[in-house]
Design a protein around this ligand. Structure first.
Ligand code: 93A
Length: 523
């Protein structure tokens, strides 16, 4: 039968809800034992609780590194209740059974996520005693109830009240499973951090354990005849999930194609974090309009003017809270998803009138580093994310003419966008606005033609614009075509065996050209 819960160990770093929970436990006649900080919290709230030391007969030592690691704790948790030998040994060694464990761990992941975390601080946040108690309790789930999540407090209390002070076997099993999911994630986060510190990241890529857990269901995949889902991913760098970065406030279920577009929009708008108001319009993972301006409304108008057709059914991301004026302008066209860091007063109510359109808040910066996976029918490709981008200081001017300040601003703006467009990429930019996007063509010449044609379609004049190419110009022809269109400055990686010809052609047309030294193919 289900054992009555008489003695509980409570040791939590995150003290959310712990006082109320323990007050109820006490009222149900449970005796509580706690470690230093937790004990203080409970006693300050006027609760009856005893120190773990009253069980172990041992003080907390070594700055708390050893608090609960003791046979009187682990014997009390692991003893098989209906095994006479275990009971006899418990009595012989002065061990009393412990029926409940309430533990959450030192916040390792939150600690190493801090930009200025020291190695010592990270190490100190590796919890040893907590996972040990959790694992002992979870192994003995036949008799022990184990809680790791404050969201489970209320349910367990209700069950104890209904069950005369006991929990159900099925609940104990479910809670035990939760423990091993937690501790395996916790250890993976530690291993990920240490592999970085040890400089063995590439070795980790040679053999890494990747875990996928379904996070979101999806109606279908890329096409209606393909089934699909979204999985949170745990790899050498820890766990990444949709919920870590986005919150959906409104709209239909997200689709497979939506997720790809959200990744594209989120990744590109990230480039403009902390910069002037910026708007990114994505369609089929490529930007069809990007602009930066003194106001968000102006940025929207200019991004949209790059292409007044493609944005229909697109995804739009903003680097500023979405204000009413801009929202009204955006609302005039049909879009699938809006992504903003926040929505100003009243904006959500107005936007929610369209039932299906999804409204997302981007709650955090997307990770720039880490591993990237792509599947083929014959195995998985793993690569480091393309996380670097040349800074202004790293640009190498290769022409006689230096770019002006204004040109430099546009060149950097173009380069950031260029990196996020499917290869082959040719991109025209003027005054922090995309003027023509040539994406995903099999030949760079075709991408270039498309970019110029798109600009002419909306009467954008390329005179005075700059051009970016995601990989080097293999011949002078691509550069000459840009010069003819009116370009004054060029940004590209450089590295062709014909660089000299290309540089000569640039000089002959009084262009300023910079090399980034880094290519950004995107397939
Ligand atoms: O340093 S530890 O690994 N050594 C232990 O013996 C131990 N026992 C519990 N950390 C240990 N804990 C952890 O202390 C718990 O997992 C919990 O996160 C934290 C609670 O400490 P306090 O009650 O002092 O706030």
């Amino acid at each position: 039968s289900d054992p009555l819960i008489k003695r509980a160990l409570v040791s939590v770093s995150d003290k959310t809800g712990i006082v109320d929970f323990c007050r109820e436990l006490v009222s149900l006649g449970v005796e509580i034992f706690s470690t230093g900080g937790t004990l203080k919290t409970l006693q300050d709230a006027g609760l009856k609780a005893a120190s773990i030391s009253t069980i172990t007969g041992f003080p907390e030592i070594m700055d708390g590194r050893v608090k609960t690691l003791h046979p009187k704790i682990h014997g009390g948790l692991l003893a098989v209740r209906n095994n006479p030998d275990h009971s006899a040994q418990a009595i012989e060694n002065g061990i009393s059974f412990i029926d409940m464990v309430v533990v959450n761990l030192y916040p390792f992941e939150a600690t190493v996520a801090k930009p200025d975390v020291s190695f010592e601080d990270a190490i100190e946040n590796i919890d040893i005693g907590g996972p040990s108690m959790l694992r002992s309790a979870a192994k003995n789930n036949e008799s022990v109830t184990v809680l790791t999540d404050s969201a489970d407090y209320a349910g367990v209390l209700a069950e104890m009240r209904a069950g005369g002070g006991a929990t159900l076997r099925s609940t104990r099993l479910r809670l035990a499973l939760k423990v091993f999911e937690l501790t395996s994630r916790y250890d993976r986060a530690i291993a990920g951090y240490l592999s970085k510190a040890a400089g063995t990241e590439v070795a980790a890529a040679e053999s890494m354990t990747v875990q996928l857990e379904k996070e979101l269901g999806m109606r279908y995949g890329e096409n209606p005849h393909q089934s699909a889902g979204f999985y949170r991913l745990t790899d050498a760098d820890g766990t990444r999930s949709f919920a870590d970065y986005f919150e959906k406030l409104h709209g239909k279920e997200l689709s497979y194609n939506n997720m790809l577009d959200i990744a594209a929009a989120g990744g590109l708008i990230e480039e403009f974090r902390g910069e002037d108001p910026s708007v990114v319009i994505i369609k089929h993972t490529n930007p069809c309009g990007v602009a930066q301006a003194p106001t968000l409304l102006e940025a929207w108008k200019r991004a949209f003017s790059t292409d007044t057709q493609a944005p229909f059914g697109g995804i739009i991301a903003f680097n500023r809270p979405l204000d009413m004026e801009t929202a009204k302008a955006v609302n005039a066209i049909f879009t699938e998803i809006l992504i903003a860091p926040a929505y100003e007063e009243g904006v959500l109510d107005m936007l929610m009138k369209k039932k299906d359109r999804r409204l997302l808040v981007q709650t955090g910066a997307l990770p720039k580093g880490g591993w990237e996976f792509k599947s083929t029918p014959f195995g998985m490709l793993v690569q480091e994310r393309d996380s670097r981008i040349a800074t202004r200081d790293e640009l190498k001017v290769v022409t006689k003419r230096q770019p002006t300040e204004e040109e430099l601003g546009d060149l950097m703006f173009a380069w950031k966008i260029c990196k996020h467009i499917k290869s082959n990429t040719i991109l025209y930019v003027r005054n922090r606005q995309t003027y023509g996007v040539g994406a995903g063509q099999m030949s760079r010449v075709d991408s270039s033609k498309i970019a110029r044609w798109k600009a002419s379609e909306v009467n954008l004049d390329l005179h005075g614009s700059v051009v970016a190419s995601d990989a080097f110009f293999p011949f002078a022809d691509g550069l000459l075509a840009a010069a003819e269109a009116g370009v004054t400055a060029v940004i590209q990686p450089g590295g062709s065996i014909r660089d000299n010809e290309v540089i000569e052609a640039a000089d002959a047309n009084n262009l300023a050209m910079v090399f980034t030294g880094m290519r950004h193919f995107k397939h």
